[in-house]
Write a protein that binds this ligand. Structure first.
Ligand code: HEM
Ligand code: HEM
Ligand code: FE2
Length: 483
């Protein structure tokens, strides 16, 4: 083992070394997401900015696709990070996992370049194969889709086979079943139907059933591990909570899908089903908050990694507010009739994605740097500890600023465009010209600068934290992860 404070991958097990590669690309793509988000935001303020060079539609595609990919890379990294610890067995087929990492990353780079340089193609099937599939969030062309499916099958094999050969814990069982569902659902977003209603019907199977069911369960698993290693929470307690959360999550999230079927041409019964079940969706999110706060309280917050635990508690809170509260606000059809597709939606989308998922991945980045530097001290009074706190402050302040600005714009649109003007074309423009809307767009951009600052501090911190530490990590009490 290398000296404390020195970054050396010899400190890591095989799965963790692969995880660090995933985390690195993830962090870079997070930066790309911010860059294209800022450009798209600027185009709201100056519509001719980069017009016909990199149009809003292209920036937006890059922004949301970078998000999906960096979060998935973060999750895959998280799973490889915990795999050997949890299974007590070296990763089965690690060389294949490494190979797939490089192929997948190359494919991502090619897709990004095609989005940027070629951008659009004629309305023919070739465009779907080679340029863009046109489904928001999962626009990747079909060749890349097939590559993604192969890559995730390898990943799934690595995970399932490692657990099968090693120790099969409760976390492992939930994780393996969930990964199967998560990747299986991707297939629903891979075919083309000329009927837009039918197309959207299936597309939501990926989008909704990812973020409100399978991704939630995945972060439930990786955060369970996080609580065990940073706080030393007993496995029995964490796993019991995990089972409860998973049952509630699937119980409400699957039929909650109906909240996207209100106005796309699906039968009327979805109004009742979607309204009812999605209104129950905040319940598992409350359970997740209670769980994290309870564990932290029992352990009097004594933990081995302050930044990771802070992001974990932020995850519980962000998930609850972004998904639970902000989601609930517009999920009843009576309300959604007025809010659907206004800035209310991105207000919720931003807070939910950041709150529930980015936070979890950032927490894992901190676990990874700690161990890479020989398991250094990351509890109270870290040398240079202001950086992680200010990074966190600016990321959260920027995100909350954007969320609030978008919410104000969304309220104004629901009032003027929908309630007063009756959803007319004129109403749409009247709402967009209103000062409450234009000012909100400025505030979104200003908050975006705050968020960008937070990102720069985060990168700087991840590169330097623990460098000048000479103390070994604080051992959390209770049952260690490897017990
Ligand atoms: C972490 C979990 C969640 C994430 C990441 C998330 C993200 C999003 C995003 C990005 C959209 C916009 C989709 C589009 O492009 O059209 C959306 C829409 C929506 N979400 Fe969520 N969401 C989450 C959880 C929830 C929950 C728990 C609820 C309800 C309680 C909810 C209710 C809704 C509704 C009703 C819409 C449709 C908005 C409209 O009609 O325009 N979401 N969500
Ligand atoms: C500097 C920071 C950011 C800026 C300026 C920004 C800006 C934007 C803009 C302008 C759009 C297009 C909205 C539209 O179509 O009307 C957008 C969409 C979106 N952004 Fe961001 N963004 C930022 C960071 C983030 C982060 C950190 C996340 C999540 C982790 C995120 C998630 C999303 C999502 C999910 C959408 C689609 C929302 C929807 O369709 O409802 N953004 N963003
Ligand atoms: Fe949904």
């Amino acid at each position: 083992m290398a000296a404390l404070g020195i970054f050396d991958t010899a400190n890591l097990n095989g799965g963790q070394r692969l995880a660090v590669k995933y985390f690195t690309v993830s962090l870079i793509l997070f930066g790309a997401q911010i860059l294209f988000g800022m450009l798209a935001g600027l185009q709201y303020l100056k519509p001719d900015f980069l017009y016909e060079v990199v149009d809003f539609s292209v920036n937006r595609t890059l922004h949301v696709n970078a998000m999906v990919v960096w979060l998935l890379y973060g999750f895959i990294g998280g799973v490889y990070w915990l795999l050997e610890d949890e299974a007590q067995h070296p990763v089965v087929g690690l060389w294949l996992g490494n190979l797939i990492f490089f192929i997948l990353t190359l494919a991502v780079a090619v897709v990004v370049l095609v989005y940027l340089i070629i951008q659009v193609g004629p309305g023919e099937i070739e465009s779907i194969w080679f340029i863009n599939e046109g489904r928001e969030y999962i626009e990747a062309p079909r060749w890349a889709d097939i590559g993604i499916v192969v890559s995730v099958l390898v990943f799934f094999f690595n995970v399932a086979a490692t657990f099968a050969k090693g120790r099969y814990t409760g976390v492992a069982g939930v994780l393996v079943a969930d990964l199967l569902a998560l990747f299986g659902l991707y297939l629903a977003g891979m075919f083309f139907t000329p009927n837009v209603s039918v197309d959207q019907f299936w597309w939501w199977w990926v989008i909704h059933l990812w973020v409100e069911a399978t991704w939630e369960v995945l972060v439930g698993c990786i955060m369970a591990y996080m609580l065990i290693v940073t706080l030393g929470v007993r496995r029995k307690i964490v796993e019991t909570w995990l089972y409860i959360e998973v049952a509630l999550m699937f119980g409400s999230g699957i039929l909650g899908l109906g909240h996207h079927y209100f106005w796309i041409g699906t039968p009327d019964y979805w109004l009742a089903i979607g309204g009812f079940f999605s209104a129950l969706e905040p319940i598992p999110l409350v359970a997740m908050v209670v769980h994290a706060v309870f564990d932290s309280g029992v352990h009097k917050l004594r933990n081995s990694n302050h930044p990771a635990l802070a992001w974990t508690i932020g995850q519980a809170a962000g998930n609850f507010f972004g998904a639970g509260v902000w989601g609930f606000m517009h999920t009843l059809p009576q309300i959604n009739l007025y809010t659907h597709g206004t800035q209310w939606t991105p207000s919720h989308g931003h807070l939910a994605f950041f709150g529930a998922y980015s936070t979890a991945v950032i927490g894992f980045f901190y676990l990874a740097v700690q161990k890479s530097r020989g398991n250094v001290w990351m509890s109270g009074n870290i040398v240079g500890g202001w950086k992680w706190k200010w990074a966190m402050f600016w990321l959260w302040t920027g995100m909350i600023g954007m969320t609030v600005a978008l919410l104000i714009a969304g309220y104004e649109q629901s009032q003027i465009e929908r309630a007063m003007e009756g959803s007319t074309w004129m109403g749409y423009f009247a709402a967009q010209a209103h000062p409450w809307f234009t000012q909100a767009m400025n505030w979104r951009q200003i908050s975006g600068w705050g968020f960008t600052l937070g990102y720069c501090l985060l990168v700087w911190d991840l590169l330097t934290i623990g460098k000048r530490e000479t103390r070994p990590a604080l051992a959390p009490q209770g049952e260690p992860a490897t017990a």
